[in-house]
Design a protein around this ligand. Structure first.
Ligand SMILES: Nc1ncnc2c1ncn2[C@@H]1O[C@H](COP(=O)(O)OP(=O)(O)O)[C@@H](O)[C@H]1O
Ligand SMILES: [Mg+2]
Length: 342
């Protein structure tokens, strides 16, 4: 134990085998999967620490984007360490953070120690504590999940209602997050008819797209950001529509060096927000959709109706990315669309 205090790794947790489902459930506690590496494999999970670093656990064999059980039902924690990078991306020896503190945040059960619940998997819902890093504090306009990290954490902690699959909060807690709850110290963020929020949440909970239509300055962008923060705990998966928006920026593009060298493969595929949101089960926001050319808007038809995104350049299972539970898109058109949709 004393050695551990001096170290930046948690040797006791290395080598533990964990079912994939349990690894994924850590995402509800604020952990994230690392960026996909070669062949679209996510090889580590990480979680921010308040000082801008991260705690990282290497996974073996890793998780294939979009096919979480593809590489086996069990993942081994290869190495758990403090990373100097805020996205947990690389190993940094001699981290100054006390390891005991890191272990408290990790909340991975020590196999050598008996557990209070006798080993049963209890409610995997405790609040992911969205951590606000020092770097984020210096942002001009942090995203909603950073601005309201405390409120989200409190709502998650007290949220005992059922959550739709893939959601970070129940519908009731998401509603309170947006329209506020004075008694619980949750600020009112959206001023307007609460039934609008109910309709929006029900649309998202039933895995349908949500289209917000209205005059400029009527909080469409604000509302979609709040909805994404409440539902997925992350509002940053955003496509900014415009006259020059292309399908590549919505669905996927290619690493051309790899494409030329090896041909199309999951290794040379570069996921854009829609593909990532579908594969990871997160809300994708599409700003100003009606500024996009019509033929570009049409590429959303299949993902929104059939909940599948095709990659015709690939073959077999790789050619179809099915939407994971929790993914949906919240779209905000310009007023011009409001006229054309009526
Ligand atoms: N109903 C509302 N409730 C709370 N804030 C609002 C409301 N309507 C407008 N605002 C304020 O106006 C700002 C601009 O709204 P925005 O979401 O950008 O509008 P839109 O995307 O509809 O053009 C919001 O960030 C918010 O501060
Ligand atoms: Mg807007």
């Amino acid at each position: 134990m004393d050695e551990e205090k001096e170290s930046d790794t948690l040797a006791r947790f290395s080598g533990i085998d964990i079912p994939v489902g349990k690894v994924l459930s850590l995402e509800r506690r604020g952990w994230r999967r690392g960026s996909p590496q070669d062949a679209g494999i996510q090889c580590w999970i990480w979680r921010s620490l308040p000082d801008g670093r991260a705690i990282t656990a290497g996974l073996n064999p890793g998780i294939a984007v979009g096919y979480v059980n593809e590489l086996g039902e069990v993942q081994r924690f290869e190495e758990i360490y403090i990373s100097q990078s805020s996205d947990g991306g690389w190993y940094s020896p001699h981290a100054a953070i006390p390891v005991l503190d890191a272990r408290r945040r990790l909340r991975v059960r020590d196999p050598a120690r008996p557990h209070r619940d006798g080993g049963a998997v209890t409610n995997p819902t405790p609040p992911p504590t969205p951590t606000v890093t020092a770097a984020e504090k210096r942002m001009q306009r942090p995203s909603a999940e950073v601005r309201y990290a405390d409120e989200l954490a409190r709502l998650r902690a007290s949220d005992d209602a059922a959550r739709p699959p893939g959601w970070a909060l129940s519908l009731r807690a998401a509603r309170r997050f947006i329209i506020g709850d004075e008694s619980a110290g949750i600020t009112r963020k959206f001023v307007g008819d609460p039934s609008l929020i109910d309709r929006a949440l029900v649309s998202l909970a039933t895995s349908r797209g949500l289209m917000l239509v209205g005059e400029p300055g009527t909080a469409k962008s604000l509302l979609s950001e709040l909805l994404a923060a409440a539902v997925s705990g992350d509002s940053t998966l955003t496509i900014q529509g415009g006259a020059a928006t292309t399908e590549d920026q919505i669905k996927y593009s290619w690493n051309y060096a790899l494409l030329v060298a090896e041909g199309p493969s999951t290794r040379s595929l570069v996921a854009a927000p829609l593909l990532r949101g579908m594969a990871e089960g997160r809300v994708v926001r599409f700003e100003e959709i009606t500024r996009c050319p019509l033929e570009v808007q049409d590429c959303l038809l299949s993902p929104l109706s059939d909940r599948v995104l095709t990659v015709p350049e690939l073959t077999g299972e790789d050619a179809l990315v099915f939407a994971r539970e929790g993914s949906t898109s919240s779209r905000r058109p310009t007023p011009a669309t409001a006229a054309s949709t009526r």
